[in-house]
Design a protein around this ligand. Structure first.
Ligand code: BG6
Length: 489
């Protein structure tokens, strides 16, 4: 594992945008606070504005104050702001890149480009950097979803970037891979014989992955309506989680070994197409409702909406794998916007006890569960049965849970995914990033699902009121297998 902090020139394309202001600046400020940034590292923000350096520093401070819910410490701020530069860059002008080259320190620092811009302009940036040799190793480049809207468009982005950068220079962000609970899955699975030896279809009954959001589409109609929840959340975040749960032990914990195992799982996903779309999937769209006592409007009434949109804001999919280890173990995925709570978890449900010694007390032995929670808190929980303590109750059972918080006062503060991912990119550690093949294999599986919905004669879009848990049909998908969604409590 790489653990060296290197001096970097971090160039942010799109410094005026939401991602840079909301996520990148606060994360970089936090890394300063944690003393994780090399003393010689510089942050060169760029965008189309004729801001002076002083003006940009002021803008950056306002953004950090707004999006980091904590007071800014002036000592840390002074150190941090000394790293900040601003360059007026119009990516369509070659001259701007020549100016950029003049200020970069290619001999002493690793140059990292963060493309915080829409994918439609990625290729212009790659090309401009390539034209004046700003692409050469050891430079690194960070890109983020949406990497295409289907396999073809994803391949086009990958082809464009690989003309100028080697795979070892490319850092594709899926911010879920920077979350503590997701990284912990690897430790949990591969550092504990209890779980390592139970991780197969003899012991595990099924897996549930729920990512439930309370937010709507946050003024992103144009983006979201082209994507829908399946392309926005399942193609990347949910499939990444699924692959980490299902992958075989990698040879070691290097990025390549982990990615190789994840690719095998993506290839093992059973196809969903017109033949099984109705039994394997449910898609929904929110209508008006109440969230935390406040009335919220329907998807079709969002700002900029096309009132005829058939885009899904909720999806539930039953996924089967065609490999020996997971034969007969379904993975139920569900995710949606404007649901009852912001609540996300992975539930590993173990098989029923093969015998029941407690029948006389009328006990149905409930199944053990391992729960890895991402939201609202990050923790790991084991649900099991135990004897009620005391003299009177002999072999009377009750449900119990043991919980371990991933962030506690004594171990660490809550780390935002972007803090971890930016730090990893500065160290050149690709283990929590996604490789080319993963992105393409995921689209290969998603494309037929989207196609089948499009071609379906039935109306596949089910409506659900904002503030509920989605359409009833999502419960039916799991209940017809004799199973239930784990209830959050
Ligand atoms: C993003 C999606 O990738 O993830 C958003 O584009 C979604 O639509 C967000 O809201 C959810 O991230 P988190 O970390 O809040 O669960």
């Amino acid at each position: 594992m790489i653990d060296t902090i290197q001096a970097c020139d971090l160039v942010i394309f799109g410094a005026k945008g939401d991602l840079a202001q909301r996520k990148l600046l606060p994360a970089l400020y936090k890394l300063e606070e944690y003393k994780k940034i090399h003393p010689d590292t510089r942050i060169i923000a760029s965008g189309r504005a004729d801001w002076t350096r002083k003006e940009y520093i002021k803008i950056a401070k306002t953004a950090i104050k707004k999006f980091l819910t904590q007071e800014i410490n002036e000592n840390i701020w002074n150190k941090f702001s000394a790293r900040l530069y601003f360059l007026n860059v119009d990516i369509f002008k070659e001259l701007c890149f020549i100016e950029l080259k003049k200020i970069l320190n290619q001999t002493k620092s690793i140059i990292i480009y963060y493309c915080a811009v829409p994918p439609s302009v990625f290729s212009t940036i790659f090309k401009r950097l390539g034209q004046i040799n700003l692409n050469l190793f050891p430079a690194r480049i960070i890109i983020e979803k949406p990497l295409g809207v289907c396999l073809k468009t994803c391949k086009a982005i990958n082809d464009q970037i690989s003309k100028y950068f080697l795979e070892s220079q490319i850092f594709r962000i899926d911010h879920y891979l920077g979350k503590e609970s997701i990284l912990n899955l690897i430790s949990l699975r591969f550092a504990n014989s209890l779980f390592f030896n139970s991780w197969n279809n003899k012991i595990i009954d099924h897996v549930q992955i729920t990512i439930s959001e309370q937010v709507g589409i946050e003024n992103r109609w144009n983006y979201f309506d082209k994507m829908g929840q399946t392309k926005d959340m399942v193609q990347n975040h949910l499939l990444q989680i699924l692959t980490i749960i299902a992958m075989d032990p990698p040879k070691n914990i290097s990025s390549t070994s982990i990615q190789n195992e994840k690719i095998k799982i993506l290839r093992a996903l059973k196809t969903i197409n017109s033949e099984n779309i109705n039994i394997k999937t449910v898609r929904g769209q929110y209508t008006e409702g109440n969230i935390q006592g406040k009335k919220v409007s329907s998807y079709l009434e969002e700002k900029g909406a096309n009132v005829k949109s058939q885009t899904e804001t909720f999806v539930c999919i039953k996924v089967d794998l065609k490999n020996d280890q997971w034969f007969g173990v379904p993975f139920y995925l569900r995710t949606g916007k404007r649901l009852a709570e912001k609540y996300s978890e992975i539930v590993i449900v173990f098989k029923k006890m093969p015998i029941n010694l407690f029948k006389n007390n009328n006990y149905n032995l409930s199944q053990n569960k391992l729960i890895i929670r991402l939201d609202p808190n990050e923790n790991i929980q084991i649900d099991f049965l135990k004897k009620i303590s005391g003299l009177n109750e002999i072999y009377q059972l009750k449900n119990e849970k043991i919980q371990s918080n991933l962030f506690t006062k004594t171990n660490s503060k809550k780390i935002d995914a972007y803090e971890r991912l930016l730090l990893a990119a500065m160290k050149g550690d690709q283990s929590c990033f996604v490789c080319r093949e993963e992105t393409e294999e995921a689209w290969k599986w998603i494309d037929p699902i989207i196609e089948a919905w499009k071609n379906s004669k039935e109306n596949t879009l089910k409506l659900y009121a904002a503030g509920t848990w989605g359409p009833q049909n999502a419960d039916d998908i799991i209940m017809k297998d004799g199973r239930y969604w784990h209830k959050f409590h």
